[in-house]
Design a binder for this molecule. Sequence first.
Ligand code: PEP
Length: 254
Amino acid sequence: MIKVPFIIGNWKMNLSFTEAVEYVKVLRNKLNGSGKTLCGICPSYVFLKEVCDSLKGSGVSVVAQNIHSEIRGAYTGEVSAAMIKEVGCSYTLIGHSERRHVFGETDSFVNAKMKTAFSVDLTPILCIGEKLDERTDGKTESVVRQQLKEGLREIGIDQIKKLVIAYEPVWAIGTGKTASPEQANEVHLFIRNTIKKDYGETIANDLYILYGGSVNPDNARELMMQPEVNGLLVGGASLKVESFVEIIDRAKNQ
Ligand code: PEP
């Protein structure tokens, strides 16, 4: 299946409210009628409502950077999937490498969040990827297989159909060291084949697998030319709207 590229900008803990409002205004204008890409941005929680309202009808999706695994309760400082859904988000990242490696999130916590996201009809973008020592030790496939298996444990086939996966090698995130297009394609193919074995060919072929890790306007096109790369998850290079739009344009014209 030919897929329209899906390009997501992850702002992480960056941009002020004023900058976010201006960014969204410019993005809306620049993308107006440009078609041929799916696009999303991940603002800070506190700007989600404002950004969702400003982007209504634009075709740009608003993606949460994280959710908690519980829908409500005594979890001071946390934000639930139901709240995220209520303000207008359609997707959430789950298991981003900074959540796993800075905040110590385990595969079982990731799995609980996956189930919660699906329960409120929020599409999860499951982020997986190996650390540098794991790649050097030849463990990339086993790490990715384990994160997939644990992250998707006990999730039904109807939900797997809606899943998006982001392959983000930890050593490439925010480091300026992008995986080569061939390295990215190789792991994407492994992910797709793993999904094929567990859930069948149709689901595997329809699955969106995004690449993330030091994507910028100079490497976006080459990455998107790989047959298994269906989109990009962009951190640092999405913080300036001009650079994000350039990445979208390059991805579109691969
Ligand atoms: C990310 O945050 O998911 C990411 C890929 O960051 P960067 O593009 O800055 O490496």
